[in-house]
Design a binder for this molecule. Structure first.
Ligand code: HEM
Length: 201
């Protein structure tokens, strides 16, 4: 085994800030939705809007970082993407329970497997932007109606925003489980805290 540096300081900071922001958005959002009472509707509404702006700010910063450092290349896959994803899915469904080795080895220039690449890419380029757009459509609904938007659109906007929130909850649950499937149960989480991970030579 050898130790490799996988996550730069900014990346770890961004990851945990993102986790904190999304967790706060989910809790305050579900309270605004009426699922439980924790801080009161009014406070939950303000907390939700505050963290929404926080998320937008951090996404802009992170995009800038991933592009200027060239780290976005970690998300590109060479060769047959579908075939590689299927190899990883087969590993998670069967291989992992038979102690088979991971189909893709980690190193500094390739820390994510093909399934992680596509999942994180879809989350960052499709899921979160859609959620933010629908959130802002919801927030500025009165202004948009005054500008000529059909008022009946409020229902589908609210429905899609809620649906995406539940999809995000499913992502977080799966994501946390998946992070325990590394070399040891905590090796991936330690790497996301310290930056360093032990990988096979
Ligand atoms: C709550 C919302 C969360 C989001 C949106 C999120 C998103 C992400 C993304 C995009 C990456 C890839 C980073 C990269 O390599 O470029 C990542 C990696 C990782 N995340 Fe999260 N994360 C969240 C929560 C968590 C939580 C709660 C944990 C652990 C308790 C966690 C543990 C990890 C670990 C260990 C990695 C390293 C790669 C891996 O094992 O998949 N994340 N996360």
């Amino acid at each position: 085994m050898k130790k490799v540096y996988l996550y730069a300081r900014f990346q770890r900071f961004w990851h945990w800030m993102q986790a904190l922001i999304i967790f706060s958005l989910l809790v305050s959002g579900l309270e605004v939705h009426g699922l439980f009472t924790l801080m009161g509707y009014e406070n939950a509404f303000h907390v939700h809007n505050f963290f929404a702006w926080g998320l937008v700010t951090f996404i802009v910063l992170a995009f800038f970082w991933y592009i200027t450092t060239g780290d976005f290349r970690q998300y590109l896959t060479e060769g047959n993407l579908i075939e590689k994803i299927m190899m990883q899915v087969r590993y998670y469904l069967i291989g992992i329970f038979m102690n088979e080795p991971h189909p893709f080895k980690k190193n500094e220039i390739s820390r994510l497997n093909p399934l992680q690449r596509i999942t994180y890419l879809m989350l960052t380029l499709v899921g979160l932007p859609l959620q933010i757009i629908f959130g802002f459509l919801y927030y500025y609904y009165n202004e948009l109606v005054a500008l000529g938007m059909n008022p009946d659109w409020i229902e589908p906007i609210a429905l899609i925003h809620t649906l995406l929130a539940y999809m995000l909850i499913s992502f977080v649950i799966m994501h946390v489980y998946m992070t325990t499937t590394g070399h040891t149960v905590t090796s991936n989480i330690k790497a996301m805290i310290t930056g360093w991970e032990e990988v096979e030579e």
